[in-house]
Design a protein. Structure first.
Length: 622
């Protein structure tokens, strides 16, 4: 949650700040602000509550052409969403300004200490505490240096002193009046990326704001402090002073973060799934050996053969893909697998043998609970892997190995293409582990042949868009939905329900179809549609019996079924057909209509599809 941008160079800072903040809207926020330096050397700070367009009109009207500035989108944690609580915040006697992501856990005791030293607090935020704390360290340095002027290195040391007193997480950017030629940045547990341009540098919470502005980037790691000027970048570590930094190519182009012909990012990303799935599988299917290939697991085949148990941990949509992974790994690889909510696993103490392997699944790579669970398992000495979409993210850096999705930037808060790519990555992982153990060459080749069909199958499934829209028009006014499926399609039911409630604010629940009669059937009436995910398979008849029970009680039924299933049209009120596929591919194909129904209902109800209320793409707090 929250977003940071910064600019220093020969251009006009506010132009990048506003565009960068727009590209970070998906992270979730309820206020925003920018800080630049006016011609007199004073801070020009502009803040607003609500969406970026409110701030944009205020900033755009300014005649200031400052070439340095920082910006922030805030998600209210300490104190409500007000202009006073919005970032950036002033530190000391108006000597510095700061924007901050993360949560400072000991801000109350620091606030009391600083108040005792006559620092005045105008906001309720933990961020203002950090601003004054840095100012206090600068003041102490001046007092002990006998009037020796500060330089960049001295500021870095003062920041290190201040940051060492913080408990919690932070990504911060700071501008000092005394040094209008530099942005100072630091991180611990909250991401920061620096973009390298021509006589200009950029700072952002992730790479998406930098597309089209910089071709090379530097990912800051925990406990690092950077001095960013127009033509130079210096990175220091808390413990070892100035260090060399790795410069990487930016893998995101501006077209990936622009809407193009689509009205919303969510719809764009739904229709990008044939391409994102191609990118996830590219170079990873070895037909000669009938297996999958992963270059980043960093574990030998011999050690993988010793794994007796796998734990998948995740939150939200990623947790649903983990459930799909549990079915896949147990059926195809024959490895006992458990799925844990990351928020629970990080504080539990479950028995974990040495032959247990942990996979943390996350789109952003910054999910606080998933990162916390991974760190706890690492602390206990377990091998940890990540399945992640963001190169350079915290989880990608801290895991012992992993699989990048290569699904491309996902801007819409409600995950779509990252979810199907996670399912595909788990599918290929199951193939890989299965071939290390019992899975035959012929079985592996059949899996590969089916997996390679996925992009064209999804293109065909997307042809239901107009039908999904028509069904949405029929049911847009209801207040409750049930989603039901079995086996591989039970996680699909959960994911379909989550998509609907996330963006349309309709109450929806997903259940195994057979569990419906153990309680949820009490909810069935003429105003509560039930969505059955029921492709043909060995339990088709049993799911059909569950459907009949709903119909007998007057409940409307929407079914997602295989093409050619004539029987379902005689029973269900509405049917969306998808192309027939093998069981293990069903979760990826059958979720497409559910994504589209959620999208169209949300649009029809006038909801903000890409930025649903109270939600954020990257949940960096517990």
């Amino acid at each position: 949650m929250c977003g940071i941008v910064g600019y220093i160079g020969s251009g006009v800072a506010k132009d990048f700040l506003l565009e960068g903040l727009r590209r970070l809207e998906y992270r979730g926020y309820d206020s925003a602000g920018t800080a630049t330096v006016d011609p007199n050397g004073d801070f020009l700070i502009t803040k607003s509550t609500g969406r970026i367009h409110s701030l944009s009109s205020m900033v755009a009207s300014s005649s200031c052409k400052s070439n340095i500035g920082i910006g922030h989108t805030r998600w209210a944690t300490h104190g409500p969403a007000t202009v006073v609580n919005a970032h950036p915040h002033i530190g000391g006697s108006d000597e510095l300004t700061i924007a901050h992501n993360g949560v400072i856990e000991n801000f109350n005791e620091l606030r009391e200490m600083l108040a005792a030293k006559d620092y005045t607090f105008k906001s309720e935020t933990d961020t203002e505490v950090v601003a004054h704390l840095i100012a206090e360290c600068l003041k102490s340095h001046r007092a002990s240096s006998n009037g020796t002027p500060l330089d960049h290195d001295a500021v870095v040391e003062c920041m290190k002193q201040a940051l060492a007193q913080l408990r919690g997480t932070f990504g911060i950017v700071v501008i000092l009046k005394e040094f209008p030629d530099a942005i100072f940045a630091a991180r611990l547990g909250s991401p920061l990326v620096i973009g390298i341009g021509s006589d200009e540098h950029f700072v952002a919470s992730d790479a998406s704001p930098l597309a089209g502005y910089a071709d090379q980037i530097v990912y800051l790691a925990d406990h690092q402090v950077a001095v960013v000027t127009a033509d130079h970048l210096q990175v220091s570590h808390r413990d070892s002073g100035v260090i060399s930094h790795d410069v990487k190519e930016l893998q995101v182009d501006s077209g990936q973060v622009e809407l193009g012909e689509f009205k919303h990012y969510m719809l764009k990303e739904i229709f990008e799934q044939p391409t994102s799935l191609k990118n996830t599988m590219r170079g990873r299917l070895n037909e000669d050996d009938a297996t999958a290939v992963f270059g980043g697991l960093n574990i030998s085949n011999q050690d993988l053969r010793k794994v007796k148990r796998i734990v998948l941990t995740a939150c939200g949509t990623s947790w649903h893909s983990a459930l799909v992974g549990e079915y896949l790994l147990e059926e195809i690889a024959q490895i006992p697998t458990e799925v844990e909510y990351a928020s629970e696993l990080r504080y539990r103490n479950p028995p974990m043998d040495d032959d247990t392997l942990l996979f943390a699944i996350t789109q952003s790579g910054e999910t606080a609970d998933t990162l916390g669970a991974l760190r706890e398992m690492k602390r206990k000495g377990h091998m940890t892997m990540a399945i992640c979409n963001v190169v350079g993210s915290s989880i990608a850096q801290e895991a012992d190995g992993g699989i990048f999705l290569h699904a491309g930037p996902e801007i819409g808060v409600a995950s779509t293409k990252a979810y199907t790519s996670q399912c595909l990555a788990l599918m290929m992982l199951s193939l890989y582990l299965g071939r290390l153990r019992h899975l035959s060459y012929n079985a592996g080749r059949r899996m590969i042949d089916e997996i390679k069909r996925l992009p064209s199958l999804i293109e065909k499934a997307l042809q239901c868009n107009e039908q999904a829209k028509a069904i949405s028009e029929k049911y847009q006014h209801v207040n409750n939905f049930l989603y039901l499926g079995r086996q591989y399609n039970f996680p699909t039911a959960l994911e379909g329900a989550l998509k609907l409630k996330e963006i349309s604010y309709i109450h929806a629940e997903g259940y195994p179809a057979a569990e419906m009669k153990h309680g949820p059937i009490a909810l069935v009436d003429e105003q509560t549609p039930s969505v059955f995910v029921m492709p043909r398979g060995f339990i088709y008849e049993k799911v059909m019996s569950n459907l009949e029970e709903i119909k007998a009680r007057g409940g409307p039924v929407i079914a997602v079924a295989f093409e050619g299933d004539e029987r379902i049209t005689e029973v269900a009120d509405d049917v969306i057909f998808v192309p027939p596929v093998e069981d293990f591919l069903q979760p990826i194909v059958t979720v497409i209509p559910l994504q589209l129904i959620a999208y169209h209902i949300a649009v029809l109800r006038g909801c903000d599809v890409d930025k649903p209320r109270n939600l954020a793409k990257s949940v960096t707090v517990e």
